[in-house]
Ligand binder design. Sequence first.
Ligand SMILES: [Zn+2]
Ligand SMILES: [Zn+2]
Length: 143
Amino acid sequence: MQRSSFTQTLADLKERGVRLTPQRQMILKFLKETHEHPTAEEIYKQVCQEFSGISMATVYNTLHRLKELGAIKELSYGDMSSRYDGNDTEHAHVVCESCGEVVDIALPTLPMSTDETEALGYEVSSLRLEYYGLCAGCRNQVS
Ligand SMILES: [Zn+2]
Ligand SMILES: [Zn+2]
């Protein structure tokens, strides 16, 4: 499945009666067009270049709203800042334990629900799979 583009997502939201201010659209556009998984601070720095008046609170509110609408995903990493993902398809990640880079990879074929989750009475809605290690850049620095 292809990830939906900024234009597609915007049209889809409009159809659902959701209107986004130009500032909010800019945040969505940035996330849909990057293959990185930026933190809220990184998004703020980027969007600031277009809208110098934007506040960090607006960035957080927008990210929260876009996540609620299912347009983006939030990846939380315990104490570290959450990262935001514009790729709305089911996919897995490989995460660098040194620099924190997050890269999309294809999700291996896995059952969405197992006998075990069903036995617990769960209806499984999503799955998060991440591989951890060192990226090529960080490995070169170590050796
Ligand atoms: Zn790295
Ligand atoms: Zn991703």
